[in-house]
Design a protein around this ligand. Structure first.
Ligand code: AMP
Length: 448
């Protein structure tokens, strides 16, 4: 089906054609006609499926009515988890709206308030904002919410993982009741559905089946390796397989800096992107990576969220992500909108539980490989697909789900381990941290 059949105006169809899009992606085909009717939408779509255009295009169409936005007002609000994603979404809006007179702006923390305040004075049609900075600006009376007609929660699962639930609820409470709502999320977990209950009443629910999304175009594999051999394995693969490019995910910013210097010592130039670097230098590194000047980019998960890099051929999970849904987000960085990609995960024995949770979420085992010279001394057992973490999140709690606990020991790969003994149900409700909603005693997200 061509874009012109989705009910979009000529100005918008022309803009997407200018971008080289010929046909809508499955999520666009499903979401755009529904959104254009003004109905609420709850959509399960991973990054890389073309989800941004599926809410931006109808918003442009609905707002392109010649109405002038008032001072300090916005008509559509898109909430995004990170500044990178906010910038990326807004950049897409600029491209898609180029044949209209609509205005847009990205608003995020970590930078001066003043330029953002000045930009808001005349009003903006579409604002893409991170929740924390938006609330700050609201408190400073730099923005009023009374003209908001459309709310989008983009990557809602990620916003919840990052602990934005309170900010999001505060924002929603202050919005006009008569508005259209759209929620996009890679997974529709219990927490996301709970948020949807308050934010997106009676939605039309759509999802892109796994085989419709980018998943089949991504070759996934895991390489088992001892923890202390990961950096030499990475250098080995880069050299042996002559990698043209790789986005390498690592857990901490300290680890990222260390890996850059380890690679440098082996003659491999790499750059790191994490929240410890200024916004300017992150943007520069990203530009250099996109332009091919930087071939290997080492990124912490949060910093890398929202990066839109066309034709990224390879992602590497140097450290396995947590929560498991993050794995899906990460591999979605490659194989985007049709191109082929490769996702490689390094797995050592101490990652076993995390691996079980990821493979359980995927519903299948990931292809395993061993590399000569790097065969682990500590064997990594085969996952138990019906693995259940000890801590089970009660329905409706905003805590992170199924976090492995420090004293949990990996199960052995014995036949008895495949059927874990049923456990007595725990009646006691976990005590949760008041700020984050995370059960006390579980690991807090590391600084990234
Ligand atoms: P997203 O999932 O919104 O991050 O989009 C992933 C990538 O797909 C971006 O680089 C978009 O520019 C691109 N894209 C979105 N829609 C289409 C389409 N209909 N045809 C080709 N590429 C697209």
């Amino acid at each position: 089906m061509p874009f012109s059949k989705l009910g979009l105006s000529d100005a918008i169809v022309k803009a997407v054609t200018d971008m080289g899009y010929t046909t809508p992606t499955p999520i666009q085909e499903k979401a755009i006609p529904v959104a254009l009717t003004g109905k609420n939408l709850l959509a399960a779509a991973q990054t890389g499926t073309g989800k941004t255009a599926s809410f931006v295009l109808p918003i442009l169409q609905m707002l392109d009515d010649g109405q002038q936005v008032r001072a300090k007002r916005v008509r559509a609000l898109i909430l995004a988890p990170t500044r990178e994603l906010a910038v990326q979404v807004e950049a897409n809006i600029v491209q898609y709206s180029k044949h209209t007179n609509l205005t847009s702006m990205a608003m995020y923390g970590g930078v001066d308030y003043e330029p953002q305040k000045r930009r808001l004075i005349e009003g903006v049609d579409i604002l893409v904002a991170t929740p924390g900075r938006l609330l700050d600006m609201y408190t400073k009376r730099a923005i009023h919410f009374d003209a908001i007609e459309i709310l989008v929660l983009d990557e809602a699962d990620r916003m919840l993982d990052m602990g934005f639930i309170e900010d999001i609820n505060k924002i929603i409470e202050r919005l006009p009741l008569d508005r259209q709502n759209m929620l996009f999320s890679a997974t529709l977990s219990a927490q996301v559905r709970l948020l949807a209950k308050t934010a997106v009443r009676n939605p039309v629910e759509i999802s892109v089946a796994k085989d419709e999304a980018s998943q089949p175009k991504i070759d996934q594999c895991l390489i088992t390796v001892d923890k202390d051999m990961k950096s030499s394995l990475l250098s080995h693969l880069i050299n042996e397989q002559q990698w043209d490019q790789a986005l390498i995910f690592i857990e901490t910013k300290h680890g990222a800096a260390k890996l850059v210097s380890q690679l440098e010592k082996r003659g491999i130039a790499a750059e790191a992107i994490h929240s410890g670097r200024s916004q300017g230098s992150r943007a520069q590194v990203l530009e250099d990576f996109k332009a091919g000047k930087v071939k290997y980019l080492i990124a912490t998960g949060v910093a890398a969220r929202g990066l839109d890099i066309d034709e990224l051929t390879r992602v590497v999970n140097y450290d396995l992500p947590f929560p498991p849904e993050e794995y899906v987000h990460r591999i979605g960085r490659t194989g985007r909108a049709g191109s082929k990609g490769e996702a490689i995960s390094f797995v050592s024995r101490d990652n076993f539980k995390n691996l079980c949770m990821i493979e359980r979420l995927l519903g299948h085992l990931i292809v395993r490989k061993e590399i000569e010279g790097f065969v682990p001394t500590k064997e990594v057992p085969i996952s138990i697909l019906n693995f259940k973490p000890k801590y089970q999140k009660p329905e409706g709690n905003n805590s992170t789900d199924g976090k492995p606990r420090r004293n949990d020991k990996p199960r052995s790969n014995s036949p008895s381990a495949e059927k874990p003994k049923p456990k007595k149900p725990r009646n006691r409700k976990p005590i949760t941290d008041r700020d984050t909603g995370i059960p006390r005693g579980t690991r807090k997200p590391k600084s990234v």
